[in-house]
Write a protein that binds this ligand. Sequence first.
Ligand SMILES: *Cc1c(COP(=O)(O)O)cnc(C)c1O
Length: 394
Amino acid sequence: MAVTGKPAVLGGTALFAEGLPLTRVRVPEREELTRRLDTILTSGQLTDGSTVCELEEAAAAQLEVPYVVAVSNCTSGLMLALQAMGVNGSVAMPGFTFSATAHAAHWAGAAPVFAEVDPDTLTLDPADAAKLLAESGASALMATHVYGTPCRVEELAQVADDAGVPLLYDAAHALGSRRAGTPIGGFGAAEVFSLSPTKVVVAGEGGLIATRDEGLAQACRLGRGYGNPGDYDCVFPGLNARMSELHAALALVSLRGLPERVRTRTELVAAFATAIRDVPGVRLPVLAEGDVSTWKDLTLVIDPEPFGLDVPTLARALKAEGIDSRRYFHPPVHRQKAYAHLPARNLPVTDDIADRVLTLPLWSHMDPTTVTTLAEAVTRLHEHAAEVRSATGG
Ligand SMILES: *Cc1c(COP(=O)(O)O)cnc(C)c1O
């Protein structure tokens, strides 16, 4: 694509003068939601009611798993699942993930230890995970379906099996993803989804624990209500991690139409990929043939050498075009202040990837022309890279 016009950072006209946020939430079935909220408010049952049950059943059917436990958010869901697995000592996980993956281990009473990701898919590297499990004697393995890209679940299952530890997925991004046709949700001991507003299905705040393990589901169900089996003689120290009926109502209407939203996102990302295919030094995470990603995020991996700009400079130049962006996940978790006290393990692939990722705006109802204009912004910044560098000192 030959692009005319100077980038805004060089004094040209901004492509999105009105601004393009990272995400836009839309709740399409407003009437049904209002009706549901009305029913809940009239009943007076604001928590522990039938809407949460209905959500759990709908999600279980969609995910093709026997048990779904709705919780207040993904972080509390991960904490409860780890507690139910009986973790202690340490939990192995990728350094390239959202901080909550590690925080959940901490709150479940275990220290996070970090492994590399595969530089193509940006998901946990099974070989390095195996090495870390052997080195650390970690009590569980966690993996994240980063941006919705399914992990290499078959290899990770083998790695966890060989080490004799349970495998938990942080599936915050992956509600609607599929591995070789099978919905994400049924892999490992459990998978935990997030329904926070930046995700593809939203509840305001919320999470879903999906599992095939009845005992684990039972423990999480107890755990989300303090560990109280009903007689106030708590059997273990649980949390209040219940989802309210009001949040469940929003989640239910948001869950509907998910496959269609995932299809639209796939088309939008494909259009973007086509539009930037001739721009050197910019690529998307690799999705295995036959897999489906939610494309929770439209994240670019930038190679500053052929592209011409490093990520901070690109982000600044996009801002001048009105385009919001985020460095998901920079710094990677093992570099964050919260974990500075932990023994350092060298993660050169993770450090390199974290330096080179940049997430651009994407939402399910985004206009296709917005996506091509986004690609145009990236293309023209590449074409003017030398001028942009000298103008910004980048
Ligand atoms: C959003 C997110 C979480 C946390 O989800 P909450 O519902 O906000 O607790 C955990 N892990 C990843 C990878 C996320 O992106």
